[in-house]
Each structure stands twice: as structure tokens, then as C-alpha cells.
Design a binder for this molecule. Structure first.
Ligand code: ADP
Length: 697
């Protein structure tokens, strides 16, 4: 027993020892794992930082290039430029374009890495896309004397449901490559339907071909077959990598067949992308034109903006409220026009290429006639479909002129219908503040904030009626302060005045613009939201209130008579579609389409009528125009969704602006879907089918 016990003791000790060893090993492993995890987190962070840097840099690179290209193009077209100079300009232009496409690819690629790419499904006719691509490719094939074939049926087209712009980019990339690497023969785009729901695209060329070995690498990023410095063909080797990723995002795989010296064929199948094959009738694309409008308001508004999309968006919106819209793309002309026409307001996009906001404002303020014209900033980042309206009520120019200041105060008081007692200055110029206090100390309660920490909190503590921010004090941070004020529950209704020096340096302007953009991207409000703020700032609503009231009465009496009839008629099982559009032509055409789909139609000319109609009938679906006078689509849908019983009615937005085609915005506002004008009957039909399921044939 004793021996056994001793043996047992010994074994036990060994076990304890082994156990300790194991514990130590375990600890070591844990340390290693921790270390690895730390390294992993660091690597992830680094990749993210890199991608973000790349994304923002590429964007910064593109902006100047666009003006370089634009101006070169103008010079090439300019009759007074001598031929020799034109030859040189052509080279500048060609190389600029090459650089632009490289940068675009890098930008695209970095978006993948930072996970910012999203797939946007939409319904469209394939022929429309092909017709857009064809002329560009045709131009480069004819320069090289190559034949070009597009498999495109004249009398029918495929109605697809996929991400149109991504598909377009893939096809363009493959076609451009095919042309680039082919010296004689042809380039062909093939299209084949499979099982009625899948579709295959192929791009075939008779060019140099790709070797077995190279087939393995060309889909990887930054890889080109010829890696030598003096390569014959330009490019960064990103095109195919992007195509491959895009095709995968769309549910397919990009494949390649190629024989060296004979040619290549790139192909992919998009599964379940086909909605329908439709016959193309003549005149099926309708352009909806504005009807003649009676002039109800004669106010003019000046828009200074050089982006044609947002010009049109803002211009059309204001025109829908019957303002005369004057548009110019540079601030010098803007100033001339302002003096000449004395508009009701100026709407300024700070990103214009010619001239700048910060010299425009002091000039406007230095003339007595233009001094009182409101200047509203609209920051719209077209490519991201977002915008921001900083809500700055007015501007004053250093040094404060006390007479003008008095006038400004009365303007603020009448606009906001309140008395201004307490004013906060965000300013480091104590001299000016003291002078101000001396003159106005009796009239106003004034406070100054001159350190940059917790500015917002400090403002909140003061509970001011007005905030005056000197932009030179915190420069771009001022914009952040303005934004924070607008987001603060207690401060958001406090008017903000921006104090400016006579001139800002180029560098300062750049910094402000970058900040503008940054905020617009973070607030993620939509260009349409910008218009809503604009409407409040200009009190556009007030102008139409009277008309609106009249209209309600008018509609009520007219429509009440009709509803009884309509609901009687409605006893059949046909679905009822309510179409809301201020344009009679649009109402008529959409109505015709909808009737053809075996549905009943009811019309309303604006949001107000739409809501009134809903008191009497419950439609199965609503088509709602976004831009309408009196009450726009956004306001209307808000009212519709407030009612429990209307919660589930599908509402499809109608708009003529590609810029509004943003899924997030559509959903955020309560719409189910969106159809862009000009209205395409196939798209309309497919939407009806989708939302009414079995009810339509
Ligand atoms: P890049 O953007 O530089 O054109 P891509 O990723 O589009 O890069 O292409 C990578 C490489 O694949 C090209 O440099 C070329 O060598 C090869 N390649 C692409 N398309 C073809 C083609 N149709 N025929 C022959 N080679 C091709």
C-alpha cells in the first residue's frame, strides 16, 4: 500500500508539472493569438484608410482634369487657334482623356475595396442601352477600319431587370479592349436569350488573342500581359478586374476563350435578368412636355450653377411654382444679371468652376440695390445624389456696418416672426465685438465664443435668438458648426448669419468646398430635400397659400359630384389606379397605358387633389409625380403614409430626373418604387404587374 501510495504521489506530481507546462503553453498561444488579432485589426484599418484615401484622392484628381479637358476641347473648336497649336492641343486632349479613364478606374476599384459599391436593380430596355453605347464604339472601330456588329433586333427588345450602369460599363470596357487589341477584322457584341429568363452577352474580336498563361492573370488587378515599361498599349490593368467584379455582382461569371493570334471572346450570363421580350412599336417613347402655364407670379430667381443636371432640377422646381428662372454658370455673369434683373433670390452652387461664392457675396453686399437679395447656398454632389442646404440666413461683410446691421435684424425679425434679443458671436475678433457691444449693448444681449472647443454646447448654453459666425475664425469648422446647429433640437430654428472677409484665398475656398462636400455626403440628404429647405427659406409656400385654399374648395365641389359616379362604376373587379401629375398630357398618356392594362383610372392634378380623392376611393396603386406645384410628391406621400388605412397602397414615384433615381431616397420617403419620364409603356406595365400581382393581365 505504502509503495503504491508513493508511486501514486509521484505520478500526481508529474501530472501537476505537466499541467503547469500546458498552462504556460496555453498562455503563450493566447498571447500569440492576441498579437495576431491586433495585427489583423491594424491591417484592416490600414486597408480601409488606404481605400478611403484613394477614393477621395481620385476624386480630387478628376475634378481639375475635367476642366483641363473641357477647356482644351473648346480651344480645339476655336476658329482663331492656328493649326499647329491645334495638333498639340489634340495630343493634350487625347492624353488627358487617357488619364481620366485611368483615374476613373482607380476610383472604381477603391470603391470595391472600401465596400462602397451597391447594386441597383432597375427595369430598362436593352435596346436603349445598346443605342447609347453603339456610337462611341462605332467611332473607334471606324478609326481603325474594323467592322462592328451589334446583335440588335430592330423590332423587339429585351426588358431587363438588373443594374443598368454596371452592365453598360462592363460592355463598354470589353468592347473598348476588343478594339484596342485588334488591328484587322471585326468586333462583335453577341446577345443570346437562354430559357427565357437568362441572357448571355459576348464580345468577340479577331485581334491578337491571349496566351494560356496570360489567361490566368488578366482578370487580376493591376495585371497586364505586357509588363514592360515601353508598352504598346496603355492602361492600368484594372478594366478586366472591374468587369469581373461587376459581372459577379450581377450574378454571373466573366469567362474567356482565346487563341493567340486569332482573337478573343469574353462572355457572361446574367441569370434571371430578363423580364420580358417586347415588341417595339413606333412612337412608343413619349416625351412629356410642359403645358402652357398662366403666369401667376412674376418673381424671378437667379441660379448660379454650372452643373446642367442640378441647374435643371432647381430650375424646373422653381418654374413649377411659376418663378421666372434665370440661369448662369459663372459668378461674374451672375453679378451682372443680379444688378440688372434684381431677382427675388439668388441660388448659388459653391462648386462652380468660374468665379466663386466668396467674392460674389461681398460684391452683392456692396451695392445698395442687390444687398437685400437673399443668397441661398445649394450644395449638390451629383455623382452621389446627395445634397445639403446649410440654412445660412444671410451674410455680413467685415467690418460690420451698423446701419446695415440694423436693417439685417429687422429682416431676420420679420422673416422668423420673432424679436431678436440675444445674439451670440462665434468670433475671435474681440475689437469688433467690443465695438459692437458699445453700439448695441443696450439693444441686445450679446455673448462671444472665441475658443474652438465645444462650440455647439456653448451656443446652446446661451440660448440665443441669432448666431453670427465669423468664417475666418474657424474656417471650414464654421460649416460644421452650422451643420451641428441645424441638427440640434434646441438650436435648429435659430437663424445663422455668416460673417465674411472681403476675399478668401484660393486655398481657403478649396478647404471650404471640401468641407461642404464632406458634410453633404454625411448628411445624406437628397437634392430634393435641398429644394424643400429652399422652399422654406424663400417662403415659396406663402406665395401659393391663397391659391391653395381656393383650389381646395374648387376641387371639393367639382370632385364630390363625380365620386359617386366613379364608385358606382367601380363595382367591377378591375383594379383602380390613381394617377397624380400636374401635367395634363402626362395624365392622359399614363392613363391610356393603364387602361390598356385593363385597369380603371382616376386622375388628380396635384398632391392636394390626391389627398382629397383618397377620402372617397381607395385605389389599388398610385402613380405620384414628385414635382408638382402646391404640394409636391414628397409632401403628399408623407400625408398618405400618415393614414393607417393607406399604409399598404403601393405608391410609385414619377420623375423626369435621373438624379432622383436613388433607392434609398425613394424608400426613405415612403415610396415603393420609381419610374422615370419619359414614360416607357413596358416599364410601366411591368411595375403594374409587379405590384398588383394577379390582378392585371
Ligand atoms: P487595361 O485597363 O490596362 O486595359 P484590362 O484589365 O482591361 O487592363 O486588360 C488587361 C490586359 O488583358 C490587357 O493589358 C491586355 O493585355 C489583355 N487583354 C484584354 N482584353 C483583350 C483582348 N480583347 N484581346 C487581347 N488582349 C486583351
Amino acid at each position: 500500500m505504502k509503495e503504491l501510495n508513493e508511486e501514486y504521489q509521484k505520478q500526481n506530481e508529474q501530472i501537476i508539472k505537466k499541467n503547469d507546462e500546458l498552462k504556460e503553453l496555453h498562455q503563450q498561444l493566447k498571447d500569440k493569438a492576441d498579437e495576431l488579432e491586433k495585427q489583423r485589426i491594424k491591417a484592416v484599418e490600414l486597408t480601409k484608410v488606404k481605400s478611403e484615401f484613394l477614393a477621395s484622392m481620385s476624386h480630387e484628381l478628376r475634378t481639375p482634369l475635367i476642366s483641363i479637358l473641357g477647356l482644351t476641347e473648346l480651344l480645339i473648336k476655336d476658329g482663331s487657334v492656328v493649326v499647329k497649336a491645334k495638333d498639340r492641343l489634340n495630343i493634350v486632349h487625347r492624353n488627358g482623356k487617357r488619364l481620366l479613364s485611368l483615374i476613373t478606374n482607380i476610383l472604381e476599384f477603391s470603391k470595391f475595396e472600401s465596400g462602397k459599391i451597391e447594386v441597383k436593380k432597375e427595369s430598362f430596355l436593352l435596346n436603349d442601352t445598346l443605342e447609347e453605347i453603339y456610337p462611341n464604339i462605332h467611332q473607334i472601330t471606324s478609326e481603325k477600319n474594323l467592322e462592328l456588329h451589334f446583335d440588335m433586333e430592330k423590332n423587339s427588345s429585351v426588358l431587363l431587370n438588373t443594374d443598368r450602369s454596371k452592365l453598360e460599363q462592363v460592355l463598354i470596357n470589353l468592347l473598348v479592349n476588343a478594339v484596342k487589341f485588334t488591328e484587322v477584322g471585326s468586333v462583335q457584341l453577341g446577345i443570346k436569350l437562354i430559357n427565357g429568363s437568362d441572357i448571355e452577352f459576348s464580345v468577340t474580336d479577331t485581334g491578337i488573342g491571349i496566351s494560356e498563361e496570360n489567361k490566368k492573370i488578366i482578370f487580376s488587378e493591376f495585371k497586364q500581359v505586357d509588363g514592360s515599361a515601353s508598352r504598346k498599349y496603355g492602361g492600368a490593368g484594372l478594366g478586366l478586374a472591374i468587369c469581373k467584379k461587376y459581372v459577379e455582382l450581377l450574378g454571373g461569371t466573366l469567362s474567356l476563350q482565346s487563341t493567340l493570334g486569332e482573337g478573343s471572346r469574353f462572355y457572361f450570363v446574367l441569370p434571371e435578368a430578363v423580364l420580358d421580350v417586347v415588341e417595339i412599336k413606333e412612337h412608343q417613347f413619349l416625351t412629356i412636355t410642359d403645358p402652357e402655364k398662366e403666369k401667376r407670379l412674376t418673381k424671378s430667381i437667379l441660379i448660379i450653377n454650372d452643373n446642367s443636371d442640378s441647374q435643371k432640377l432647381i430650375g424646373d422646381y422653381l418654374a413649377s411654382y411659376d418663378y421666372d428662372v434665370i440661369i448662369t454658370s459663372n459668378s461674374d455673369d451672375g453679378l451682372k444679371l443680379a444688378k440688372e434683373k434684381l431677382p427675388y433670390a439668388v441660388i448659388f452652387n459653391p462648386f462652380i468652376n468660374e468665379g466663386n461664392l466668396w467674392s460674389f457675396i461681398p460684391s452683392m453686399k456692396s451695392y445698395s440695390e442687390t444687398r437685400y437679395i437673399p443668397i441661398v447656398l445649394t450644395i449638390i454632389v451629383e455623382e452621389e445624389k446627395v445634397g445639403w442646404e446649410p440654412g445660412v440666413f444671410d451674410f455680413i461683410i467685415e467690418k460690420i456696418n451698423f446701419n446695415e446691421f440694423n436693417e439685417l435684424i429687422s429682416k431676420v425679425e420679420s422673416h422668423f416672426e420673432k424679436n431678436i434679443r440675444k445674439i451670440v458671436f462665434v468670433d475671435t475678433n474681440h475689437d469688433e465685438y467690443e465695438a459692437f457691444k458699445k453700439s448695441f449693448g443696450d439693444t441686445f444681449d450679446v455673448a462671444i465664443i472665441s475658443s474652438s472647443t465645444d462650440v455647439n454646447k456653448k451656443i446652446r448654453n446661451e440660448q440665443p435668438h441669432l448666431v453670427i459666425i465669423d468664417i475666418t475664425t474657424f474656417m471650414e469648422q464654421s460649416l460644421q458648426i452650422i451643420y451641428d446647429i441645424s441638427q440640434d433640437r434646441l438650436l435648429k430654428n435659430v437663424p445663422v448669419i455668416l460673417k465674411l472677409p472681403k476675399l478668401l484665398t484660393h486655398d481657403q475656398v478649396e478647404r471650404l468646398n471640401i468641407k461642404f462636400k464632406e458634410i453633404a455626403l454625411t448628411v445624406k440628404s437628397h437634392p430634393m430635400d435641398v429644394l424643400k429647405v429652399l422652399r422654406d427659406r424663400l417662403k415659396i409656400d406663402d406665395d401659393v397659400t391663397n391659391r391653395k385654399n381656393n383650389l381646395i374648395e374648387e376641387v371639393y365641389t367639382n370632385e364630390q359630384k363625380n365620386y359617386h359616379l366613379k364608385s358606382e362604376n367601380n363595382k367591377d373587379s378591375k383594379p383602380t389606379i390613381l394617377i397624380v401629375d400636374d401635367n395634363n398630357d402626362a395624365l392622359f398618356t399614363i392613363g391610356e397605358f393603364v387602361k390598356e392594362m385593363n385597369c380603371n383610372t382616376i386622375f388628380a392634378h396635384n398632391g392636394m387633389e390626391c389627398l382629397l380623392t383618397l377620402n372617397h376611393v381607395e385605389p389599388d396603386l398610385i402613380f405620384l409625380d414628385i414635382m408638382m406645384p402646391q404640394m409636391d410628391g414628397f409632401e403628399t406621400i408623407k400625408q398618405i403614409r400618415k393614414e393607417k388605412k393607406f399604409e399598404n397602397i403601393p405608391v410609385i414615384a414619377l420623375t423626369a430626373y435621373a438624379m432622383l433615381d436613388n433607392k434609398e431616397v425613394i424608400e426613405k420617403n415612403g415610396f415603393n418604387d420609381l419610374v422615370t419620364k419619359p414614360i416607357n409603356s413596358q416599364v410601366l406595365a411591368s411595375k403594374l404587374k409587379k405590384y398588383l400581382k394577379a390582378k392585371v393581365g
